[in-house]
Design a protein around this ligand. Sequence first.
Ligand code: NOJ
Length: 533
Amino acid sequence: MQSHAWWQRGVIYQVYPRSFQDSNGDGIGDLEGVRRRLDYLVRLGVDAIWLSPIFPSPMADFGYDIADYCGVDPIFGTLEDFDRLIGEAHARGLKLILDFVPNHTSEAHPWFAESRSSRSSPKRDWYIWRDPAPDGGPPNNWISNFGGSAWSFDEASGQYYHHAFLEQQPDLNWRNPELRAAMADVMRFWLERGVDGFRVDVIWHLIKDAQFRDNPPNPAFGPGQPDINRLLQVHSADQDEVLDVIREMRAVVDGYEDRVLIGEIYLPVERLVAYYGPGLSGVHLPFNFQLILAPWSARAIGRLIDEYERALPPGGWPNWVLGNHDQKRIATRVGAAQARVAAMLLLTLRGTLTIYYGDEIGLADVPVPHELAQDPWERNEPGHGRDPARTPMPWDDSPTGGFTSGRPWLPLNDTTTLNVAAQEADPRSMLALHRALLALRRAHPALAIGGYQGDRTEGDVLVFRRRSADEELLVALNFGPSPVEIPHPGAGAETLLSTHLDRSGPEPAGPLRLRGDEGVVFRLGGELQAARA
Ligand code: NOJ
């Protein structure tokens, strides 16, 4: 196992700090709250925490609009709180990954104030300013990810600035070398403080077409889709030159021992893998969101795993993400029973895995009425809001779930039916399943660092193998509600773990039976195991 870096062996747990644990009664989670829950994460068995943004921010996009890259927002605490958190995380063997948001700042960032102050400002070129089109309208047809034009007009200086997200989130100009140097300093600031890496927000957006050409229409656009889908993002993102920028970021990170660079990238597989960079000079891990985006069927998932494994460049380390703060939760996407199968799938796949807080207890989306919406996207485009997947962690069965003594910033689920304390007391709970899966992964190099081989996909069943030098495991997952049988994998096979947490030991001859919505990890008998004995 030592042949692999921690981030290859490890499992990442995403904390959305506003919703994890409040320590001061203001209804919003904070760093001290995260610190108090470190032992929970150790018991769960994850290796690293990724914290969504904690930096000073007007919170127009809940921290993804940063006004100071080198501080901590008072809502979350202080730099001292951060130092304490990272110190205590490290003391427990947990790594800490920060969110780095380099594509845009907040409009409240002093850089933007300076940039917008006049056309001749030395920082004018740190952002993306363009003259109006001949009719006085925006310079091109690009759309904001939150709907409407991606350009806002600045009356005082008579130009438009570009924003791929809210108008309060002006895009930075990564073609400017001074900006690049300033951002490298930001990374060093946190690396020096001991952070173990960065998850880089919308990294494929950093460079835009040099000529700012219009994006073409999307022929697949249809009712119910968000405005951004009207056009194909051909010119506003995923430009080849972005790999040069990423190579520079990677060099900064590589200046420190044992750090990881992860890129948030929503692109089809063939483009996604380009972000490993020429000669693996890009991000260590281009986030792979296919489990979030694909239809939930054995066939679709089996095919995408094979395609992904085939598409990886030599030496490129895979990764899988099952949920995050921008997507519907897995329990909502596939239902409670299949969420257990999904957990087993995620935690038995090859590569670095990311779990979204709350998914380990099967938390589902919590409806948030439009009038109470916090997410700016929901306010711009009703129905697309992300609040339901960002609700506070229910630690116990009290009305505010032990999350806060105050009024929570978003409503909680029905804490009487779903909370951490109840699941800690239940040996068959979703939490118990996660602990068992994470322990299994830790104990079996075949799972943590072994090879992957697809075995069979038949009807609702997906079967694959994981193999290390001295062990071979078979993972069989039933994506449907009815029982199924698969051929016995040979003498000596034994069950290591079932999603139902009620089965283990040698498997008698005859077909292996899986109940509806059941996944099982088997250890195969035979030569490998014999050689080991
Ligand atoms: C991606 C983040 O995950 C999302 O929450 C945010 O709104 C956008 N980037 C803009 O930063």
